[in-house]
Design a protein around this ligand. Sequence first.
Ligand code: ADQ
Length: 474
Amino acid sequence: MSRLVVVSNRVPVPDTSKKAPAGGLAVALKAALDERGGIWMGWSGQSSGEDEPGELKINEDGKITYALTDLTDRDVDEYYHGFANRVLWPICHYRLDLADYGRKEMTGYFRVNRFFASRLQPLLKPDDIIWVHDYHLIPLASELRRMGVKNRIGFFLHIPLPPADVLFAMPVHEEILRNLAEYDLVGFQTDHDLANFAGALVREGLGEKLDDNTLSSFGRQFRAGHYPIGIETAAFAAYARRAVQNALVRKAAESLEGRELIIGVDRLDYSKGITQRLDAYEQFINANPHRQGNVSYLQVTPKSRSDVPEYEAMQRMVAEQAGRVNGALGTVDWVPIRYINRSVARPVLAGLYRIARVGLVTPLRDGMNLVAKEYVAAQNPEDPGVLILSRFAGAARELTGALLVNPYDVEGTAQAIEQALAMPLEERRNRWRQMMDYLLVNDVMHWCEDFLDDLINLSPGHPHSTGVTHEPIQ
Ligand code: ADQ
């Protein structure tokens, strides 16, 4: 059996000092690595200052070798904060207004990918299967190919791939498409992302679609598909069942004093639609006086990327907004919004989802959104809550038992909150059962196996290269 080599920007090296369970993606990839043996490589998250990063930091754990590298300050600035988070992230989330494109950052992005490739290449064996993750590392296959690596290489994009008109606003879009075409298999979260990718290639005359999953572009034939990521459904449901005993969850339940709980859980990010959601909640309260004092909205939002200015501003804005709504609507014995600005341990999170009658998941754009799936998995089958889900989350392609909303339509979302709270038990059960059955089958292990099977079983003779090469960006 070939070894598996996973490459991702950050690597969840197991921390034996912490008992907290890892997230689903880390569990699934670790299971695949445990089975096949292999390497997980990426950035250590640390900077070497101005000096060139030293040797790879190698950590062996059973059949897995974790290989981490530091980056210089300049690398972190240009590759990570610069191009990945201030160009690719906003553009892929349809936020052209927030994209801050600069040649220096773009060059840094390609340079760091070349650097990652140079560190990985000496570790590779000829029949290793390589699986690269996410938007930080799009050029990795091109760089490896240039170094003579002939292994099978797959790529999975965790975030959305926007339509041509949005993507083309990025001056370097052709290079990004060309780099994606260097993989043997490119995976997206949804059929829409896949269609956008194929559409962008065809629109620019850069490629053609040979069949639903085969594309030809830049002198290569390669495969592309959609592989919606899942969660560890059964394990998450078990946490949630047990979490009823958790002291923090019990305290939270008691503090509700019989009020219905509405929950929102997101990384603090403009793509998650938090401010529109708070507006919708305010409208819902104003439009439904009988709910005043009888519901509580808990928003759990750990800080993320707080050294990027947009995120710092957002943090202030959300805190102010929650404060304003509480000031305007709250009473001496009722706080309409409870706003927590940090992360919560997974078992506690599972328990909070379970005691919430409504899960409010309304991103303006999201590759998948695992919170929506976790909320469903955590419900009590006898008395499940209702998921309100943005139609612009990848999860909406699968979770059709949710109340689907347009998060830009604040009044519509407000109405959905009332509909969810008023929903009869039988309808709640039917909607939940349908989603849960789906999630039990389509869990994160299934996602991982599905992608790897397709990558490993590409038809013999693949890839087809016409031998056309292109110059690297310097
Ligand atoms: P993210 O944008 O980070 O992921 P998401 O899919 O919602 O978004 O995953 C967030 C994870 O972090 C969930 O497992 C959630 O439980 C956890 N989390 C969020 N807030 C938390 C809190 N306060 N405390 C503890 N845990 C918290 C990217 C893409 C998504 C895609 C995933 C996976 O942007 O669209 O679904 O990758 O492919």
